[in-house]
Design a protein around this ligand. Sequence first.
Ligand code: SF4
Ligand code: SF4
Length: 127
Amino acid sequence: MKDCNSCGKCCTKYSNGGLSATANEIEFWDICRPEIVRYVDDGKIWMNPDDGQQLELCPWLNKVPGEDKYLCGIYYDRPDDCKYYPVTIQQMIADDCEMLEVKDFRNPKQAQKDLDKLMVDSRPPLE
Ligand code: SF4
Ligand code: SF4
């Protein structure tokens, strides 16, 4: 299991309707980060502030100039849905996540343990 290389595949895949925010997160943005709450509509993210339609791409996904790498523009205030990713090895395989190594495909159980260790500060443990 490698560290995340910021390839941006997960953000690109899930930003057009595959992410959600909790009521608490939205309330926090409303009070402290009004520029973020502009992209929330009826509890859904990420929505076009002009017409209320679902955006195709997260507005906070920034390409690093000259590199095939992406950074989150609201990293410390991003929703838990983003903080918790990746959750399972199956999800990573389906998403072609670049943290996976050949050995992880060979032994997904061990890979899940390695992932959980890596994510210990980012999300609650899997049941
Ligand atoms: S908020 Fe950040 S982590 Fe979440 S989809 Fe957008 S760029 Fe990615
Ligand atoms: S798909 Fe995997 S390697 Fe790429 S940015 Fe997401 S977590 Fe990182």
